[in-house]
Design a binder for this molecule. Structure first.
Ligand code: RUB
Length: 308
């Protein structure tokens, strides 16, 4: 898919979820490199940087997109020829996408060990990493049931319940405001991540922090399923995570509202590390306090240490 089509698909949420948008961004840059005509390195670089900026502008919150795009273009300015740049970008994109898919599988294998017969699991939104954990446990023959939130306003929960039902998993859809009510019977919460900061704060779908608070109150374990390319290197340097606000129409059509009514539609929220029992990553089950160390050990200035 070319850069323009990818940017539109991410903006419209045809491609959504932090892992998927990161892989789509990497693939769009590989498409640019593959289809670039001519042999002018300066023209190639100008186009790749413009593509990078447009892809990064498509959704602001998930750092996976930033990490995926930068992993893909890394080293391009050291190449002398268009052919060299093309090869590097295509191979970087393939490498990132493979590492990303492998990470989701490994997270499933590690996280499934936390699921036991009789568990009642709650998940939020539609996270491929969280669902990898749930599906892996089910394929291992474990007997449990799952609640999934609707996840207003975009209702990603519908994707989740259908995906889990297709697998044969005992799945119940609830509205977001039923979270505290069902928490009485829940034993474990598994959610995904858009971004995790250097101090272990989770940024994920709006409402995640409500799940965390309710889980904390009920002494229910709260796990985050996150590839390490969702750790934000910028937060080490004090940068704040931008919380995306989407179209008001997603919340309610204007025509049903009094003209004086205002709408606020933030689509992600922040969950402080003290509510998180563990972060399940491809490098292991870690505490939120270890994010800094994993990030500096594995990422440093070299993103390839993270994805390699
Ligand atoms: C999706 C969402 C998911 C994370 C992780 O939000 O919040 O929990 O992106 O997903 P949206 P994954 O639907 O607005 O993109 O584990 O698939 O990367």
């Amino acid at each position: 898919m070319d850069v323009d089509t990818t940017v539109e698909a991410i903006k419209s949420m045809e491609i959504r979820g932090a892992g998927r948008i990161a892989r789509a961004g990497a693939s769009a840059l590989a498409d640019y490199a593959t289809n670039f005509k001519g042999d002018d390195p300066k023209g190639f670089i100008a186009g790749i940087m413009d593509s990078r900026d447009r892809i990064l502008g498509s959704r602001p919150t998930a750092v996976s997109l930033w990490n995926g795009v930068h992993a893909t273009i890394k080293g391009v300015d050291a190449c002398d020829t268009v052919e060299g740049m093309r090869e590097l970008i295509v191979s970087n994109a393939e490498r990132f996408n493979k590492a990303s898919l492998d990470a989701v599988k490994t997270i499933g294998e590690i996280g499934a060990k936390r699921i036991q017969d009789g568990d009642v699991i709650l998940t939020h939104c539609n996270s491929s990493a969280a669902l990898s954990v749930i599906k892996t446990a089910f394929r291992q023959g474990k007997k449990f049931r799952v609640y999934a939130t609707e996840s207003r306003p975009w209702r990603q929960g519908i994707l989740t319940v259908n995906e889990l039902a297709k697998e044969g998993i005992d799945i119940t859809l609830i509205i977001d405001s039923a979270v505290r009510s069902v928490m009485k019977s829940v034993t474990k919460v598994f959610v995904g991540a858009d971004t995790i900061t250097s101090h272990g704060t989770l940024v994920n779908k709006i409402g995640t922090s409500q799940l965390a608070l309710a889980a904390n109150e009920a002494r229910v374990q709260f796990y985050v399923c996150s590839e390490t390319y969702k750790f934000s290197p910028m937060t080490l340097f004090g940068d704040m995570v931008t919380i995306e606000e989407r179209d008001h129409d997603e919340v309610a059509k204007r025509e049903i509202l009094d003209p004086a009514v205002k709408i606020f539609n933030p689509v992600f929220d922040s969950t402080p590390s003290k509510y998180i029992d563990g972060i399940i990553t491809e490098v292991g089950l870690i505490s939120p306090g270890s994010v800094y160390h994993v990030m500096t050990d594995q990422l440093g200035d070299d993103i390839f240490k993270l994805i390699g």
